[in-house]
Ligand binder design. Structure first.
Ligand code: GRG
Length: 289
């Protein structure tokens, strides 16, 4: 799995490097690149390619999608680290973007990465039908904005030091992390025009994202900062509403195991073509960064 994931890292980074190389070399290019490379597991890109494999979509067609999703993801991390958000000095084993370039630059580099995602998706050489492009841009907007990542982040900040019920924590984490994963699962299906599978994979994506976030919280709880490439044990100090704060460590592990099994069961009818996606789901649970 690690070999396959590293290949996705190389290919996605190559796509983005080439894309940025032909852009006008403004003063924001450097902090944008800093937020994008190096580091980053590119797990969202891997999922796009895994689902693409199930629906027979060639990798070359999917690369702009991977690039666009990684731009939005990198943007969310840059802004997440800002003092007015989660206030982190370290990301991907190096100084966070605002620590390196200053807050104003980090805000603008983040904004530029968001708009770059839409630029990539609207390009002529993203070789899919215009109708599908519009569907993808509509969906990625919904997943990133107030109904998705931004809305989830808002709740995450608002829930600090409050007693929050499981349903609300789940809803917040599904927005903050699950929505972009669900986009990764739906996008190749929209390209393949296999609309009857959209709902099923939307839910699978939300659940994979939720699983990913639970593991992220467990990594923070276990607190091996050197592996994680960022400060750990922060959730407890900040009074974050997580599954661990509500259910405790052991029950969270049980919850995680159950959720993983539930997702894998939903893939049972997809045969060998879903093996890569199964492998990615298992990797998500085993990862330590
Ligand atoms: C509207 C896109 C957007 C952002 C503004 C700041 C913010 C609102 C949202 C932050 C959301 C956030 C940071 C969610 C956490 C998701 C998560 C678990 C990130 C870590 O992902 P990895 O482990 O990171 O895939 P790497 O470094 O491997 O790429």
């Amino acid at each position: 799995m690690l070999k396959k994931l590293n290949k996705v890292v190389r290919e996605t980074n190559n796509f983005l490097s080439r894309y940025l190389y032909v852009q006008k070399q403004t003063d924001l290019i450097l902090p944008m690149k800093y937020g994008l490379f190096p580091g980053g597991k590119k797990i969202r890109s891997k999922i796009i390619l895994d689902v693409g494999k199930i629906f027979n979509i060639k990798k070359e067609i999917l690369m702009p999608l991977c690039g666009a999703v990684e731009c939005i993801h990198a943007y969310s991390l840059i802004h997440d680290d800002l003092p007015c958000m989660d206030d982190d000095d370290l990301r991907r084993g190096k100084l966070s973007t605002h620590k390196k370039f200053g807050e104003a630059t980090a805000v603008l580099a983040g904004n530029s990465l968001l708009t770059l995602a839409f630029e990539i998706l609207s390009k002529k050489n993203f070789n899919i039908k215009n109708k599908t492009k519009t569907e993808l841009m509509n969906l990625i907007s919904k997943c990133s904005g107030h109904e998705g990542i931004a809305g989830g982040q808002f709740s995450d900040l608002n829930f600090e030091r409050k007693k929050i019920p499981l349903s609300k924590i789940t809803e917040m984490q599904i927005k903050k992390t699950g929505k972009l994963f669900s986009f990764c699962c739906i996008a190749p299906i929209l390209i393949a025009q296999k609309y009857k599978f959209v709902k099923k994979f939307e839910i699978i994506g939300l659940e994979i994202g939720f699983l990913f976030q639970i593991v992220d919280d467990l990594i923070d709880f276990r607190g091996i900062s050197k592996n994680a490439g960022k400060k750990t044990k922060k959730d407890y100090k900040k009074g974050k509403a997580t599954l661990i704060s509500l259910l405790g460590y052991k029950n969270t592990i049980k919850y995680e195991e159950k959720l993983k099994k539930k997702i894998l069961y939903k893939l049972k009818n997809f045969g060998k073509k879903a093996d890569d996606l199964r492998e990615t789901i298992n990797f998500i649970v085993k990862r330590n960064k």
